[in-house]
Design a protein around this ligand. Sequence first.
Ligand SMILES: [Zn+2]
Length: 59
Amino acid sequence: MSPRGGGERGQPRRAAGAPKPEKVCPACGRPFQWRRKWAACWEQVKYCSDRCRARGTAG
Ligand SMILES: [Zn+2]
């Protein structure tokens, strides 16, 4: 055994099995999960589908 000082401990946790973000569609009131196609614009995603987006909150 050679004494090694300064070993880096505490590796950063890998996002293994991390829960995906979820939102609630204001049009149909149902929760929907993150999808890959929304990876670039998830913050702007409001509705679960194009249909709901077209429909909006009215109705
Ligand atoms: Zn919806």
